[in-house]
Design a protein around this ligand. Structure first.
Ligand code: FO1
Length: 460
């Protein structure tokens, strides 16, 4: 049924009599959700009611309207899908560490289940909730295929060191999901007053929602189908060509948990795309993603310069006084107003579409290092911009990607050079050897170029 290694108890309390609450946070979906399946099973065994709860924090790491819009529409779909299964859904607005214990008390809950996230904010919420409760708080890793704490008990050096540990366990964890049984009788739960939720929401409207990617489980499924049919078969050689539209576009859905990585891996493995393409995609989806989870789980400085390897910190410090040929503030970067058209185009891709191609995100971050006063300021600027504009911001992949680009995380030392020290160097002419940079610039520099891009991106 559910592998017990996916579950860990966050306090010492024993199951009590009373309702089972699934505190949904990271994995905002009904299908293929081990935390929900576990909570359903507990409710069955204990013959107790089951309720799914989402706590909407007043602000979440400065997320703007772009992210809240995407997330709340996805949650409306969760509410409807749960209703069809007679499972009540409750949304509470406020600080989770206050709202949750109060709700558990009110519900006379017998136990609490939540889903795993390696981020500090999530760990803080859970620690404070676990301490206040007299009932158990179970955490279930339903974001990863091999549970994060099973794949490795420490921070790994690189993909090379974590890959064998994950591959050795894939056979046991890359399994199909059991069905989620409905509850016997329709719930009396009042529907969420979504207008009121939107009214009380304080999210920066200056980063508007994106129109080209629809939120929610159904749209995520359609996006997966489209990827498997149209883009997986060219993935291996085209994944580093930002003009090819060869990426899965699944990262925003993975960030909000609208789709399960395990489900994607099962479907991709079964597809009839060439082995090389499947291998390249699964390496990104499983090994690279779980390496990022591992980094955030075992290094709580994942979002700062302190998180990068010592050799890189030392090397950047040695070059701290090197002359910077160009210097830009976070505002100038945010406005895509540097001297380099390719970098500006990458920033415009981020602003207008809410996603940035993986290869371009590396180049984009490295130039922020090169054109910032200090590496620390570069790190902060890259995270600020990624979290503000990228729909898959505030995600381990983003933090690890920026730490790789600016701080050599999961990479090795290269030849020493100005400003970068031993951090791997990238530049526009390197990009030009890989893809048609003028086409990329044209897509994002001009107004009409952007319109075409949005259309083309959805159905290439
Ligand atoms: N998760 C929540 O449980 N409550 C929130 O209010 C919330 C807001 C939010 C805004 C932007 C965003 O990118 C993610 C957000 N999340 C929220 C999801 C969050 O990623 C996960 O819940 C984990 O806590 C961290 O991975």
């Amino acid at each position: 049924m559910i592998d017990p290694r996916r579950i860990r108890l966050l306090n010492e309390n024993h199951d009590g009599q009373g309702a089972v609450i699934y505190w949904m946070s990271r994995d905002q979906r009904v299908r293929h959700n081990w935390a929900l399946l576990f909570a359903r099973r507990k409710a069955e065994l204990m013959q107790e009611p089951l309720v799914v709860l989402f706590t909407l924090a007043p602000s979440f790491l400065h997320a703007p309207l772009r992210h809240y819009g995407f997330m709340l529409k996805g949650l409306q779909e969760v509410e409807a899908d749960l209703k069809a299964l007679n499972i009540p859904f409750v949304l509470l607005q406020g600080e989770p560490e206050r709202e949750l214990p109060r709700f558990a008390e009110q519900m006379r809950a017998g136990l609490l289940v939540t889903d795993f996230s390696p981020l500090n904010i999530s760990g803080k919420w859970k620690k404070e909730v676990a301490q206040q409760l007299t009932i158990p708080l179970y955490e279930v890793d339903t974001h990863n295929i091999v549970p994060c704490w099973i794949a490795s008990g420490k921070q790994e050096y690189s993909a090379r060191t974590i890959r064998p540990k994950i591959n050795a366990l894939l056979g046991e964890f890359l399994t199909d999901f059991p069905d989620l049984e409905p509850l016997a009788s329709p719930s009396q739960q009042q529907p969420v007053d979504w207008n009121n939720v939107y009214r009380k929401l304080k999210a920066d409207p200056d980063v508007p929602s994106v129109e080209w990617l629809k939120p929610g489980e159904q749209a995520a499924q359609a996006c997966l189908d489209s990827f498997l049919q149209n883009r997986l078969a060219s993935y291996a050689e085209q994944r580093n060509d930002p003009n090819a539209g060869a990426t899965s576009f699944l990262s925003p859905y993975l960030h909000f948990g609208h789709i399960s990585a395990q489900f994607i891996a099962i479907r991709a493995s079964k597809s009839n795309a060439p082995e090389a393409d499947k291998k390249a995609f699964l390496e990104e989806l499983i090994v690279r993603r779980e390496l990022a989870e591992n980094y955030c789980c075992y290094n709580d400085r994942y979002d700062s310069l302190e998180g990068i390897p010592a050799w890189a910190r030392e090397s950047l410090k040695q070059h701290g006084d090197d002359r910077r040929e160009y210097l830009y503030s976070a505002e100038t970067f945010a406005a895509a107003k540097t001297h380099e058209r390719l970098w500006n185009a990458a920033q415009r891709e981020l602003i207008t579409t809410g996603v940035i191609h993986g290869y371009m995100r590396m180049y984009w971050a490295k130039k922020i290092l090169e054109w910032s006063e200090t590496p620390r300021q570069a790190f902060e600027t890259a995270i600020f911009l990624n979290d503000r504009f990228a729909l898959d911001g505030r995600e381990p992949n983003g933090y690890a990607g920026i730490a790789w680009s600016i701080g050599g995380l999961h990479d090795r030392p290269w030849f020493d050079r100005e400003v970068y020290g031993k951090i791997r160097y990238m530049n526009a002419s390197g990009c030009a050897r890989k893809f048609d940079v003028n086409r990329y610039i044209a897509r994002f520099e001009s107004q009409e170029g952007r319109k075409k891009t949005e259309q083309q991106t959805l159905f290439p």
